[in-house]
Design a protein around this ligand. Structure first.
Ligand code: ADP
Ligand code: MG
Length: 618
């Protein structure tokens, strides 16, 4: 047998390389955007059809290419960004491997229009299967216009593996944001099927972040700035209350390149320790500047992990500078008393007759006997809490650990194993109280065994509703209120599809939506706890939540739906509550599984300890 080894044709070699660089439309978007930035563009437009499956166009106003360079750019290992091995240790551009365009041209059809400032005429190229099919002189604006059509048209097996438009679009927005966040001095827009998804004007970094993630973020950004011998870190972390249970707004950049770094992520989490619960993830946008020679970006063409020399030292620097940022903003607010030190109690005015307490009791009721427990329905917020003074009402809805609570009582119940949360125990132990006071239209204050309990009324109600909605979702209860004049909800194509994914869950909660023209829904019914006008708002905020969170695990989604609804439907601050209403809310809260925190980790309850009070009078 003769020799069998032969060199692969370029087109095949390029396709193999493309397997690494070009995995999906989002990879093409990323590479083309990075090239535009490297070309010094000040304006970059990304235009897509069918989430990039039909075409991806990136138009920049950068320096453009000469006719020869524009052809060369599609050769493998053709780059203007490095010339020798030494340059690998001093990379200041986003690209340098010279692989992206060659790879893209091996798996798609590419049209280029490009012109340099100094050239009168620009160049048009058409490339397919890694081959130049056509070249012409054309007149075109300065800069480069890359059109990538029919991705994977020549590799059906890969084309088949492209996901739904919604999913591909989500990947694209992820990449788009990663690039757009590195260059606030450049304007960016993203359009899919004629729907504008983002449009970022030239701005400062803070404004870019706010444009990307929503206005409400503005008040939550704390600036970080530190300069040391090995690294400088600039950017923002978010207030602890903004932390989420899911990943989404965690951004590290090194020398203006997005990176993932799980070790440095731990440093940030460490800086927040004590401020957020262990399952919450803080949001951050941090930009590292280092000497390029101390990092290795060459690990893999698409990997975003980057290795640093001396990671342990940088870890410490990060913890310190994030703690400092959090410290400047006083993140552990105590109960917010008036600055003048005055307590502003909402007292019933003397013209209002006090309500006569209604007392009723079940003659055969034995509080120590669970068989007579009342049902969950009875513990609802709306329930008039009629019970004889001294009766341990919560024991009926919350299985309690009597030993712990009533140590010393003759009659002991030993068969319940459930251990209550500390707060639930407190609420039970303080059961003999009757009085609730509303403070500043925000807090419900009531004495408990170990001191004075403060409950944030809005958050408490949010928690109660959140658990109730989750329950509904689990049990598939439908309960909407029909709207006589359905409102419409016009969306971008992407959001329209997102909503389609979650229609069944929305229906369970009472949101009945019907398609109503292009990218538009009519809202036929809304959940019973919401006014119709609120329904629309909640849907919009829901879509935002959903988009900014990675993954789409179903119960996570349900949690998000329930949470957004609870937030919108909860009673507000400054709503005056009477004793009965406060008592009902109190009951409902302590019938919750997790009364201490809202679904997004905010504190609901605080106890001013007896010892602390005593210490004031020493
Ligand atoms: P790399 O970016 O790693 O150099 P690419 O394959 O992405 O490799 O691009 C090859 C070369 O083509 C670049 O080095 C650059 O000189 C040129 N090029 C690509 N895109 C543009 C653009 N939008 N404007 C100007 N030049 C570009
Ligand atoms: Mg490149």
């Amino acid at each position: 047998m003769g020799d069998v080894i032969q060199l692969l044709p370029d087109s095949v070699a390029n396709q193999i390389a493309a397997g690494e660089v070009v995995q999906r439309p989002a990879s093409v978007v990323k590479e083309l955007m990075e090239n535009a930035i490297d070309a010094g563009a000040t304006k970059i437009q990304v235009i897509l059809k069918n989430a990039g499956k039909a075409f991806i166009q990136v138009i920049d106003d950068g320096k453009g290419m000469s006719p020869r360079d524009s052809r060369m750019a599609f050769e493998r290992h053709a780059t203007s960004k490095i010339a020798c091995a030494q340059d690998l240790f001093n990379i200041r551009t986003m690209g340098f491997r010279g692989e992206a365009l060659a790879s893209i041209a091996s798996v798609a059809e590419v049209e280029v229009r490009t012109r340099r400032e100094e050239d009168e005429l620009g160049t048009y190229l058409f490339i397919a299967d890694s081959e130049l099919r056509n070249q012409e002189n054309i007149s075109c604006p300065r800069g480069t216009n890359m059109l990538v059509k029919n991705l994977f048209y020549n590799i059906p097996a890969r084309r088949k593996f492209l996901k739904s438009d919604t999913t591909e679009m989500r990947n694209i927005t992820t990449e788009f944001l990663r690039v757009a966040l590195t260059a606030p001095q450049v304007s960016f827009s993203l359009v899919n099927n004629d729907n504008e998804i983002y449009n970022f004007p030239v701005s400062g970094l803070r404004q870019r972040i706010v444009n990307a993630f929503g206005k409400s973020l503005n008040a939550k950004l704390l600036s970080v700035s530190c300069e040391t011998g090995i690294v400088s870190v600039e950017g923002f972390v978010c207030v602890p209350q903004h932390s989420r249970k899911t990943y989404g707004e965690q951004y590290f950049f090194v020398n203006n390149r997005f990176m993932k770094h799980s070790f440095f992520h731990k440093a940030i989490v460490e800086a927040y320790s004590g401020l957020i619960s262990a399952d919450m993830i803080p949001s951050y946008f941090l930009y590292f500047k280092v000497d390029p020679s101390i990092i290795d970006v060459n690990i893999h063409p698409t990997k975003t992990e980057i290795k640093f020399q001396d990671e342990a030292a940088i870890f410490q620097i990060l913890v310190a500078c994030v703690k400092e940022a959090l410290g400047k903003f006083n993140v552990t607010p105590a109960i917010d008393f008036d600055t003048e030190g005055m307590l502003d109690f909402a007292m019933p005015s003397s013209s209002v007759l006090p309500k006569i307490p209604k007392v009723s009791y079940k003659p055969g009721y034995n509080p120590f006997n669970y068989a007579t427990s009342i049902t969950k329905e009875d513990s609802d917020f709306e329930r008039p809490a009629a019970r004889p003074a001294g009766e341990v009402a919560h024991a009926k809805t919350v299985p309690s650990n009597w030993d712990a609570l009533f140590a010393g009582l003759e009659e002991k119940q030993t068969d319940t194993q459930t251990v209550l949360t500390e707060m639930q125990a407190e609420a039970l132990a303080g059961e003999s109280h009757i009085a609730f006071v509303q403070l500043k239209g925000r807090y419900i204050v009531t004495p408990v065994h170990s001191g004075l309990m403060f409950i944030d009324q809005k958050r408490a109600h949010e928690r109660v509703l959140f658990e109730r909605y989750l329950e509904k979702l689990a049990h598939q209860q439908v309960s909407g209120q029909k709207s006589l004049f359905p409102e419409t909800l016009e969306l971008s194509a992407e959001d329209f599809m997102l909503v389609k994914d979650i229609l069944p869950d929305l229906a369970i909660l009472g949101f009945e939506l019907g398609e109503f023209g292009k990218n538009c829904y009519a809202i036929y019914s809304t959940p019973p706890d919401l006014s119709h006008s609120h329904g629309r708002e909640v849907l919009v905020s829901l879509i935002e939540h959903y988009k900014n969170t990675e993954g789409s695990i179903r119960d996570k989604m349900q949690e998000r739906v329930a949470f957004a609804l609870a937030r919108a439907a909860a009673l507000d601050y400054d709503e005056v509550l009477d004793n009965q209403e406060m008592s009902n809310l109190f009951d409902s809260l302590f019938a919750c599984r997790y009364p201490n925190y809202t679904a997004d980790g905010k504190t609901i309850i605080h106890i001013l300890k007896n010892e602390d009070v005593a210490s004031w009078f020493k």
